[in-house]
Design a binder for this molecule. Structure first.
Ligand code: ADP
Length: 418
């Protein structure tokens, strides 16, 4: 998958998602504003009903009929107990919030004649008002009702829609992120696969052409046999064949590890002996390199339960890396010490070292530190992945400490026998 294609798809998805969220937010806000308008409408109708019934009372109350108009007081005309019960009744009837405050307020001076507990002048600007001039003509007064929890009430009425919208949006964002993640992963896998094929081709091309050259020479030798030359070219064929074999084995073993088909045959073994024996094979001069391996084997009880074959491969991989990634005279130190009821084995080299960034991915399958020219040091990027998997399946762990151009230390911990 091309980088521009990936970028284009991500950008399009991001634009679509942002548009969707913006539209959703717009409609939610619109719905809230419609709900607010409806609430205001219901409040006005509630006030209209209350005033209507109050007026019926004032038209029929005997005190009003028997008292001369001059002597009538506001409370003779407006029964506050009745007012209270009417407001309660119509608030329920119009499905308004049960938390409210109301008051009888003089329109001109803002004087409060009567109010429910909690009502104050500061609520006046946001209150709903109904003029009472049809009931009380002596002065201008109005009935004010204020709902302190109005917004919350409206929000609670819409909560199921808001939650549903949020859930659907979250699902879309989740799926969106997953698609992008899968695409990036897919791209990485395809890059890794291409690298692997390139490395593999390169790894096998050299031994194959060496073998073919050596065998051609051997075929020519048939007419005039020379024992020394025959031995030399047979050795070359044998060595190159061995190298190819070990490469194929590493690839196959890694595939087995992945399918979790590796069965460890753990038996008590002296790891000091294995370390010395495996290290010995590397001390012969290889590809013009003069390798020195120094041992500081201090663990008090080196006999632990391990799968000998796999452990030998682990040691080979770490020592081989130490040599591959060092200059012409590799110097490797192998130490062992007692640690947390187990043994800590440290492989230290004075090679090229590994950057902090690369250290985080060094144990990933197929990962190779980019050097610009990938083929100057041979490998598939499987060695450390193999080391980590095998050591972890022994119940241990692997760690690294490294400084660029100074060298690296690989720490391998293996738990003890209990
Ligand atoms: P490879 O087959 O490439 O050696 P590994 O899994 O063994 O694969 O190592 C992964 C990468 O880690 C290597 O490509 C190399 O860049 C880096 N590396 C491993 N060991 C060392 C070391 N001792 N010193 C410096 N770099 C190392």
């Amino acid at each position: 998958m091309r980088r521009t294609y990936l970028f284009l798809v991500t950008a399009l998805l991001a634009v679509a998602l942002t548009g969707l969220i913006a539209t959703q937010v717009f409609w939610l806000r619109k719905s809230v504003s419609i709900a607010e308008n409806q609430y205001d409408d219901r409040t006005d109708r509630m006030l209209h009903d209350v005033v209507g019934e109050l007026r019926q009372y004032s038209d029929t109350a005997s005190i009003i009929k028997t008292t001369p108009y001059q002597s009538l007081q506001l409370y003779d005309v407006i029964d506050t107990v009745l007012l209270n019960s009417l407001i309660r009744k119509y608030v329920l009837y119009h499905s308004l919030d049960k938390q409210y405050h109301y008051g009888l307020v003089s329109t001109a001076e803002g004087h409060i004649y009567f109010s429910s507990p909690g009502f104050g002048k500061d609520m006046e600007p946001e209150s709903h008002k109904a003029c009472l001039s049809c009931i009380w003509q002596k002065s201008y007064i109005h009935l004010s009702v204020f709902f302190p929890e109005k917004k919350f009430h409206i929000l609670m009425q819409m909560i199921s829609w808001i939650v549903l919208s949020a859930v659907f949006l979250l699902i879309i964002i989740g799926v969106f992120s997953f698609i992008i993640y899968s695409m990036i992963r897919q791209k990485k896998i395809s890059e890794i696969r291409n690298d692997f094929i390139n490395n593999m081709t390169h790894e096998f091309k050299t031994p194959i052409s060496t073998i073919s050259l050596a065998s051609e020479i051997l075929m020519k030798e048939e007419q005039k046999p020379n024992a020394e030359r025959i031995r030399k070219y047979s050795n070359i064929i044998y060595d190159e064949n061995k190298r190819m074999q070990s490469q194929v084995e590493l690839v196959l073993e890694t595939a087995q590890i992945e399918r979790q088909e590796v069965k460890l045959k753990k038996e008590p073994h002296d790891i000091h002996e294995i370390l010395r024996n495996t290290g010995k094979c590397f001390c012969v001069e290889q590809e013009g390199k003069n390798t020195v391996i120094q041992y500081e084997l201090m663990a008090s009880d080196p006999v632990i339960l391990i799968d000998e074959n796999h452990f030998r491969n682990v040691v080979s991989n770490l020592v081989d890396n130490g040599i591959k990634y060092s200059g012409p005279d590799p110097h490797i130190t192998i130490e062992t010490k007692d640690h947390n009821k187990g043994i800590l084995i440290v492989f230290t080299d004075k090679g090229i070292g590994i950057s902090r960034e690369a250290q985080k991915r060094i144990f990933d399958k197929f990962y190779r530190v980019s050097t610009g020219n990938k083929h100057d040091v041979k490998g598939f990027g499987l060695g450390l992945f193999y080391v980590k998997t095998i050591i972890e399946s022994h119940g241990g762990y692997v760690d690294i400490r490294s400084n660029l151009n100074k060298g690296s230390s690989f720490f391998v911990f293996l738990p003890g026998r209990n």
